[in-house]
Design a protein around this ligand. Structure first.
Ligand code: BG6
Ligand code: MG
Length: 215
């Protein structure tokens, strides 16, 4: 089946905000005396803010937390995270990523962002990539986060493409699973390369140009 569109995850694929997520959650975890490390942080990739909090709270030994308190903690984490995002500039996107995105469009592929983040547009604006995608599907237009395929199915819908014509690029296992569940082809990069289910494994972002030829 011909690939006509490429849907990109954001955190860990286009930009490396995963370290900022880690630092912000680490602050919350430390304040609450909860053990949290980079390995646990890997489980948060592609997972929504509230679901991420639930994963961190698996190791919480204090008394039961109300929904209100949980929302307060998630809000606090987002405050720390956004302070870190403010330090981002166009220099935080590699030339390789910028050039590959432009080349794919030039070759006739439609492109979209498919991110669970509610901060996606803010990040794209900071790094000067708001115009780099034809469509944006993010945490503000979904009710279920990855591994549910909703964010990618919405991206395909926004692009006017059938799922089977889309390729998803992901650094999270939950994201690869979401792409497969949506009936799309998947390309793994970074942490997701160990995921056997992906159709393609990218050593680097520009490897996409070897998979997606001139149309
Ligand atoms: C994803 C990240 O892109 O966005 C997750 O991989 C994060 O780690 C999720 O939890 C939600 O992000 P935000 O910005 O809405 O808190
Ligand atoms: Mg990611």
């Amino acid at each position: 089946m011909e690939i006509k569109a490429v849907i990109f995850d954001l955190d860990g694929v286009i930009v490396f905000t995963d370290q900022f997520h880690y630092q912000a959650w680490k602050k919350i975890a430390d304040e609450m005396g909860i053990y949290f490390d980079e390995k646990i942080n890997n489980r948060l990739r592609g997972v929504s803010r509230m679901d991420s909090l639930e994963i961190i709270l698996e190791r919480y030994e204090g008394s039961l937390l109300s929904q209100e308190k949980k929302e307060e903690l998630a809000e606090q984490k987002n405050g720390f995270y956004r302070e870190l995002l403010k330090t981002m500039t166009p220099a935080d996107v590699s030339d390789e990523v910028r050039d590959t995105l432009a080349a794919l469009r030039q070759r006739g592929y439609k492109t979209a962002l498919g991110s669970s983040s509610r901060n996606a547009k803010f990040i794209l604006e900071r790094v000067g990539l708001l115009e780099a995608f034809d469509e944006i599907s993010d945490g503000t237009n979904i009710t279920k986060s990855k591994p549910d395929p909703e964010v990618f199915l919405k991206a395909a819908e926004f692009l006017g493409e059938k799922p089977e014509h889309c390729l998803v690029v992901e650094d999270a296992e939950a994201g690869i699973e979401a792409g497969i569940a949506g009936g799309m082809r998947t390309a793994a990069i970074g942490e997701a390369v160990s995921c056997e289910k992906a159709d393609y494994k990218l050593r680097q972002f520009s490897d996409l140009l070897e998979i997606l030829h001139e149309k």
